[in-house]
Design a protein around this ligand. Structure first.
Ligand SMILES: C[S@@+](CC[C@H](N)C(=O)[O-])C[C@H]1O[C@@H](n2cnc3c(N)ncnc32)[C@H](O)[C@@H]1O
Length: 280
């Protein structure tokens, strides 16, 4: 996952990443995939001059268009008629305070801050994101949907959201064309996540410990948390091989493992939360 330095946020945010969408069929596809209707509040992250904002506004209850480039904001405002359901916010999306009520996202985001955007929208228990359709760099889309999953941050997003790579998008759909391939990714909040959302912080500590060496055999990766008899029982319940790499577990198995820890392991043995990594 690309590292993001919060101290350089201003510098990164000033990198415009303005690859505007010019394919109307793709824009319609994004709005259709998100299944937007009049009861939805939808955020367009990096609205640019409104390529997605306006088609969204035809379907949604409210559209919040977030953009930090003053010139784009000016163009966006000039296109808006008096009566409308579009709220424009001129702000760095990473500083924007998200709505307290449920909302969706449809956006062609600035690629340079993809991971910080995902962490902001998918990585916070208080955030009410229900579903989203993103255009992101194809490499990031592959990392976020990878199997086996070796990254505890991405695994934690996936515990509460289904992330799917729908398809790749050719550069010719943008102006100017980006130098990297892009992809459409859908994100849907899970109705029945394996772990309750209030345990998210404890889960990420557990996943970070478990995936410290992602290729470690299961029994070795977990031997500081569970006793040997508990590991034998877990291997049976999870229907896994004790020698299989810990990174090969799916989200359901991670959930079962984590809940087994909360029920059967004294809390002093639970992995501690990693110190906040300012460079995440
Ligand atoms: C890939 S363009 C997409 C523009 C438009 N949505 C489209 O599809 O044509 C990304 C947009 O995000 C804006 N942007 C870049 N960094 C931003 C940030 N930190 N906060 C808000 N907007 C940002 C850029 O100015 C640019 O307009």
């Amino acid at each position: 996952m690309p590292k993001y330095d919060s101290r350089n946020r201003k510098a990164l945010s000033n990198f415009s990443g303005q690859h505007l969408l010019i394919n109307k069929f793709l824009i319609k596809e994004l709005v259709d995939l998100a299944q937007i209707n009049r009861s939805d509040m939808v955020i367009d992250i990096g609205a640019g001059t409104g390529a997605i904002t306006f088609p969204l506004a035809e379907k949604a209850g409210t559209v919040i268009a977030i953009e930090n480039d003053p010139a784009s904001i000016q163009k966006l405002r000039s296109k808006i008629k008096e009566e409308n359901n579009i709220k424009i916010r001129q702000i760095d999306v990473l500083r924007y305070e998200l709505p307290r009520s449920p909302f969706c996202v449809v956006a062609n985001i600035p690629f340079s801050i993809t991971s910080p955007i995902f962490e902001k929208f998918l990585g916070d228990t208080s955030v009410q994101l229900q579903r989203a359709v993103f255009i992101i760099e194809k490499g990031a889309a592959k990392r976020f949907t990878a199997d086996p999953m070796t990254n505890p941050v991405i695994l934690t997003w996936r515990m509460w959201y289904d992330i799917r790579l729908v398809r790749t998008v050719p550069s010719s759909h943008f102006s100017p064309p980006p130098s990297v391939d892009s992809a459409v990714v859908t994100v849907i909040r899970k109705k029945n996540p394996a772990v309750p959302i209030n345990l998210r912080r404890k889960f990420i500590a557990f996943a970070s410990h478990g995936l410290r060496y992602p290729r470690l055999p299961f029994y070795e990766a977990m031997n500081e948390v569970f006793t040997p008899p508990q590991i034998t029982k877990l291997v049976r319940e999870l229907r896994i091989d004790r020698n299989q790499p810990i990174c090969s577990l799916n989200e359901q198995q991670w959930g079962m493992l984590f809940l087994a820890m909360t029920r059967h392991v004294a809390s002093y043995r639970w992995p501690k939360s990693p110190k906040k990594n300012k460079r995440q």
